[in-house]
Design a protein around this ligand. Structure first.
Ligand code: TYD
Length: 237
């Protein structure tokens, strides 16, 4: 759990868990990788909270419906940015922080970087503005590690096999800007990111993720063996 800005003292004092985000374009395979990592962690007796944005809470599911399934033109770009930030603020306060305070590993499919890539870069609302908006919403909470599954617009389109929401309907150049937005974030803070080629085999990606996560677990968990670690580096960029 990393604090970008000093949080409330009580929150900082009890922070023990590990916060990991999975990011990438639509169709990158985030949910598969977070599920596989979660199973591996649970196999070691670690409490895992698997969650997502948008829609990781009751309020969030309503916001998700509004922001993803409205008619075209029904949500302006700034309203879109605010809805994702509202979902995130509520999600962090009611699900993520309580779990981290218990010492759980929190795995989220999408977090703040999705807003920077989709609203900041692709919708052109500005990297810093969108990042600051979300940082305000979550009182500065950033993941220890963000796993970025890098996928091209074309690959993403063929992998997700059909259009499911308003954002997926956007043209390839929108998704190219999303991709570049994610890569720019990773380039700024390479120590906090693991960038993987989403086209690599699932098992190979999972091994690379486990290898990167193991040292974050601390104590007994940190010395756990990492099955498949012999694939070190494969699929990584
Ligand atoms: P979802 O079905 O969760 O997509 P995926 O399964 O690909 O993760 O839909 C989330 C959509 O919302 C996705 O197109 C990305 C978009 N999004 C944003 O534009 N900004 C955000 O801050 C978040 C969290 C998601």
């Amino acid at each position: 759990m990393i604090e970008q800005t000093p949080p409330h003292a009580a929150v900082r004092g009890h922070a023990r868990g590990v916060f990991i985000a999975f990011e990438g374009g639509d169709g990158a395979g985030k949910s598969t990788q977070s599920r596989v990592l979660g199973e591996w962690l649970e196999g070691q007796g670690i409490e895992v909270v698997h969650t997502r944005e948008p829609g990781g809470t009751t309020l969030g599911r309503t916001l998700r419906e509004l922001v993803l399934h409205g008619e075209d033109g029904s949500v302006t770009p700034r309203a879109e940015a605010l809805i994702f930030a509202a979902d995130r603020g509520h999600h962090v306060a009611t699900v993520v922080r309580p779990a981290l305070e218990r010492g759980a590993v929190v795995l989220t499919d999408r977090y703040l970087d999705s807003s920077v890539a989709y609203q900041g870069a692709a919708r052109d609302l500005g990297h810093e503005e969108i990042r600051d908006l979300s940082l305000w919403a979550v009182e500065g909470l950033l993941p220890e590690l963000t796993v970025l599954l890098d996928v091209s617009a074309e690959q993403g389109r063929s992998r997700r096999g059909g259009v499911h929401d308003r954002l997926e309907r956007e043209a390839d150049d929108f998704h190219d800007r999303v991709r570049q937005g994610f890569l720019d974030l990773a380039a700024r803070e390479p120590d906090r990111y693991l960038v993987l080629d989403a086209a690599a085999p699932v098992g190979e990606l999972a091994a690379a993720v486990r290898e990167r996560v193991a040292p974050l677990l601390g104590g007994a968990e940190a010395s756990a063996t990492v099955p498949g670690a012999q694939h070190e580096g494969h699929g990584a960029r």
